[in-house]
Design a protein around this ligand. Structure first.
Ligand code: FAD
Length: 365
């Protein structure tokens, strides 16, 4: 009997597992994939969670953090205009290949029983829990579902099968000489593509690699080259790019209401809900919610509260602290999908009044 089973070894799952293991809980962390691996992501790690990330990493991975490329500004390319906004404090650009592997290793370093290539098939109970996997059955007193946006364990995955418009995520690394230290968002009808410099511990020099990551409607594009031609400035910029990684893709991308707890199971990261990627806060939300879920369980493991009380504390704290990010990002998404005639006056206003842009950015954190 484990104290805690965590399903999913991404940022949310590893953050949860490390937090509980450091409080002497017996933790089993199950991941169906294998690290290191590329993942569809803009790789923009917002400043709000950099201290937490630093705290989670084992000493041998601490270098990942100071070595990361810093992103002090954003440029939005939309309707032939360019909106500039500072990213203050600066974000970090860290490849998911390095980040996820370092977090996994850090979890094992602090005593978590981590098992890769073990897929969870079903969960029964409301505490204790029985978890059936491709590698056998396990039991635990508490359960955190950090299995991400798209998993056999999340009801939203079933909803997505029936929703009309299909969105894809696409990503690849490319060689570009001296890219600017900014996150550049190219918006076009039916999607957008973010581009930023990214470092790799074993890769080329930071000044020579960019990550291009798109969210696009399936009827508009299904490959990165098809995305690049959707925006004239991006088409021009990408002309000399040489691929440095195999492209990866994911689908579908589905937005829904956040649900931090279900039947005594604490949800963390994208399993709660998927935040619109252009706000660049998904990794941060994953790290923060993983930690929060575990912090709410620690008094339960100590025998001071019941599991339903721990679950209620998590739901309340999550809703108070984190749900506004989803609300703000869905408002911005709606605004960006207005017809151009309505969008233009808003853009002009934002161009003339950078304080409004800064306010919107702060509300999406
Ligand atoms: C196009 C796009 C661009 C993005 N850009 C950014 C960005 O620039 N910055 C940012 O902060 N966020 C970005 N995000 C969001 C970010 O990638 C996610 O928010 C983040 O990965 C969530 O972490 P997580 O741990 O919740 O889920 P994940 O990282 O998805 O981890 C979940 C893990 O669970 C595993 N799993 C699933 N089912 C099972 C099962 N049954 N059994 C065992 N294991 C299972 C999966 O293999 C996976 O490794 C982007 C997302 C997309 C789609």
């Amino acid at each position: 009997m484990y104290d805690l089973i965590v399903i999913g070894g991404g940022p949310a799952g590893t953050s949860a597992a490390i937090t509980c293991a450091r409080h002497s809980a017996r933790v089993l962390l199950l991941e169906r994939g294998r690290f290191p691996r590329h993942k569809v992501c803009g790789e923009f790690v917002s400043a709000e969670s950099l201290d937490l990330l630093f705290d989670l990493l084992a000493p041998q991975h601490a270098r990942l953090f100071p070595a990361a490329v810093r992103i002090p500004r954003a440029r939005v390319f939309l309707d032939g205009r360019t909106l500039h906004t500072p990213v203050d404090p600066p974000a970090a650009s860290i490849s998911r290949l390095d980040l996820d592997a370092a977090l996994w290793d850090s979890a094992e370093h602090c005593g978590v029983d981590g098992r890769q290539q073990v897929a969870v098939q079903s969960v029964s109970g409301t505490g204790p829990f029985v978890v059936k996997t491709s590698g056998g059955e396990f039991e635990s007193r508490a359960l955190i579902n950090a299995s991400g946006r798209w998993s056999n364990l999340n009801p939203a995955s079933a909803d997505a099968q029936n929703s009309g418009v299909k969105w894809l995520g696409l990503k690849g690394h490319f060689a570009e000489s001296s890219p600017p230290a900014s996150v550049d968002l190219y918006f076009f009808e039916g999607g957008y593509c973010g581009v930023q410099p990214v470092d790799m511990r074993n890769g080329v020099a930071p000044s020579g690699r960019v990550n291009a990551c798109a969210m696009v409607r399936a009827d508009v594009a299904s490959t990165l080259p098809e995305v690049f031609v959707c925006h004239p400035a991006l088409q021009e910029r990408s002309r000399g790019w040489k691929p440095l990684s195999n492209p990866v893709s994911t689908s579908p991308l589905v937005f829904r209401e956040p649900q931090p707890e279900r039947d005594g199971v604490l949800m963390a990261g994208d399993a709660v809900a998927f935040v619109d990627p252009f706000v660049g806060d998904g990794i941060s939300l994953a790290l923060r919610s993983g930690r929060l879920a575990s912090e709410c369980l620690i008094p339960f493991f100590a025998g001071n509260i019941s599991l339903p009380e721990a679950a209620r504390d998590y739901r309340t704290t999550y809703e108070r602290g984190l749900t506004r990010v989803f609300r703000t990002s869905s408002k911005i998404r709606r605004m960006l999908s207005f017809p151009q005639s309505l969008r233009m006056p808003i853009l002009l206003l934002l161009e003339k009044t950078p304080a409004i842009t800064r306010y919107l950015v702060s509300k999406s954190r």
